[in-house]
Design a protein around this ligand. Structure first.
Ligand code: DHB
Ligand code: FE
Length: 254
């Protein structure tokens, strides 16, 4: 069975690649090297990593333009759906660590008209103070450094955690090698991930970054957008990350 959308998209991708090959007069040897690179990337299990590094942020931009509301960005590979429920005002589980900088994550969830959405789920996850994820790296339990909080009747949410640090995506395989050959690197700026859900609304997946943080202007995954960069607000020694999220309806307006 033929599929017009697959035909339209894949034909344009192939044509785009052909234009690039022609523009740079790519040789047969270079083409073979590219094929071998693709094989090695597959063998290393890095196809998702490679595609996410270069293309996921573009898909986020397309979704942002289609739905409106708060700007979304890449999800990354470390979202886990079963994070613990944290009471509003409570604490995400973290290790006691001298390097911990306490962090308040708070704000509101509203609709496009600015009306509060009560009972929205704000799912939060971020790295440890040394750049690892709970349930993924180093035997850190899956209920650490992640949690879900429900908004109150005025759409507000508030949890405490600790400040994350810049994170290096896997850099020992073909993806890291390519980024380096392109004059780049494998670092992401420090970030806090969010997934915000409410019935009848388009799920928002986004991140917050820290103003002046390392790699904010040079994210290996091209995932930073200006509105997501948060100023350095501190209250009683606690870093404050504030987001007033706006959710769009879950149907694309036409
Ligand atoms: C990767 C890790 C992240 O924490 C993230 O936000 C995006 C990408 C990665 O390892 O590819
Ligand atoms: Fe991440």
């Amino acid at each position: 069975m033929s599929n017009n959308r697959i035909d339209a998209v894949v034909s344009d991708i192939v044509n785009g690649i052909r234009q690039a090959l022609i523009k740079h007069e790519v040789t047969f040897d270079e083409y073979r090297a590219g094929v071998m690179y693709a094989v090695k990337t597959g063998e290393a299990g890095e196809i998702p990593l490679l595609l996410d590094v270069f293309l996921n942020s573009t898909i986020s931009d397309i979704e942002n333009a289609a739905y409106g509301g708060t700007e979304g960005t890449i999800e990354g590979p470390y979202y886990l759906p079963d994070a613990p429920l944290i009471s509003n005002g409570g604490e995400i589980l973290t290790y006691d660590d001298d390097r911990n900088v306490p962090m308040i994550v708070r704000g509101t969830v509203k609709d496009l008209q600015g009306r509060p959405i009560a009972g929205a789920t704000v799912d939060i996850w971020h790295s440890t103070p040394d750049g690892y994820y709970g349930g993924i790296h180093n035997d850190i339990p899956a209920n650490y450094y992640r949690g879900k909080v429900l908004t109150d009747s005025e759409g507000r949410y508030f949890v405490r955690s600790t400040v994350p640090v810049p994170y290096k995506i896997p850099d020992q395989g073909p993806t890291g090698a390519l980024l380096e050959m392109m004059g780049g690197h494998s670092w992401r700026p420090a970030h806090v991930h969010f997934k915000v859900r409410a019935d009848g609304y388009h799920t928002l997946t986004t991140q917050s970054y820290f103003e002046q943080g390392d790699y904010v202007d040079d994210d290996c995954c091209n995932g930073v957008r200006q509105v997501q960069i948060k100023p350095d607000v501190r209250e009683n020694g606690e870093k404050v990350i504030e987001n007033d999220f706006q959710l769009a309806p879950d149907v694309i307006a036409s």
